[in-house]
Design a protein around this ligand. Structure first.
Ligand SMILES: Cc1cc2nc3c(=O)[nH]c(=O)nc-3n(C[C@H](O)[C@H](O)[C@H](O)COP(=O)(O)O)c2cc1C
Length: 213
């Protein structure tokens, strides 16, 4: 399948076409939710339980919970998510050949109003644990081109802003493809050792982002 087909098929699978307009399926679940309260799926990618990105995710969650939002969390480094093997058995909207912990994402992402990605920088990219989860979006591609908010939480040791650009661009291009709207980015540079983020402004920023929703 070439890129144009990839995009066309995913758009058709994502909505119902009525008189030329595409109606998003995400409108339906939101009608049954308490007004103003979101379901937020937080996907973390660090194998350090008390690491910097998890600390920021915790702070984000604290703020969001205080506003009454419902949080579901998936710590991908502690789950079993097989990398996509490009067999295409799912047809971009069907059962994956791997019956593993990605099922949790599958069950929770479609009716989520927001998805948060929290990751350490590993060799200028996101962690492999988080990437494995995102690659498996391929199997649910037909269901996730719906109205959602998103946020990025990134931690890294260097202090150069430039080094965060590839991850920010990846995140923004992904959101553009999925028609999700950025609600905020916490880009925490200069944090290397576990816990070092505690001595910075970033936990407060993450908390305030959650609280601002
Ligand atoms: C495998 C690996 C690769 C890393 N690559 C980078 C890098 O490219 N740039 C950087 O600034 N820090 C890099 N770091 C440092 C981490 O991004 C940094 O320690 C971060 O705060 C870890 O987040 P965590 O505590 O949430 O796991 C790397 C660390 C590891 C273990």
């Amino acid at each position: 399948m070439d890129r144009r087909s990839f995009i066309r098929n995913s758009i058709i699978a994502a909505g119902t076409i009525v008189g030329g307009a595409i109606l998003s399926k995400s409108v339906l679940p939101s009608l049954s939710k308490e007004k103003g309260k979101m379901k937020i799926l937080v996907i973390t990618g660090s194998p350090r339980k008390n690491g910097n990105s998890n600390t920021l995710a915790d702070n984000f969650i604290k703020g969001a919970k205080e506003k009454g939002h419902n949080i579901v969390r998936f710590d991908s480094a502690f789950k079993n998510v097989h990398p996509c093997v490009a067999c295409n058995k799912c047809g971009m909207d069907g059962d994956c050949v791997f019956n593993d912990d990605f099922n949790y994402i599958k069950e929770n992402i479609v009716d989520s109003d927001m998805v948060v990605f929290a990751t350490p920088m590993y060799y200028f990219g996101i962690s492999a644990q988080l990437k494995a989860v995102i690659d498996r979006f391929y199997s649910i591609n037909g269901k996730i081109h719906t109205t959602k908010k998103a946020a990025l939480i990134l931690t890294y040791a260097d202090t150069s802003k430039k080094e965060a650009e590839p991850i920010k661009t990846h995140y923004e291009v992904l959101l553009n493809y999925l028609s999700w709207q950025d609600a905020g980015q916490i880009i925490a540079s200069g944090v290397w050792t576990e816990g070092s983020v505690n001595n910075t402004v970033y936990p407060k920023q993450a908390y305030e982002l959650g609280k601002s929703l």
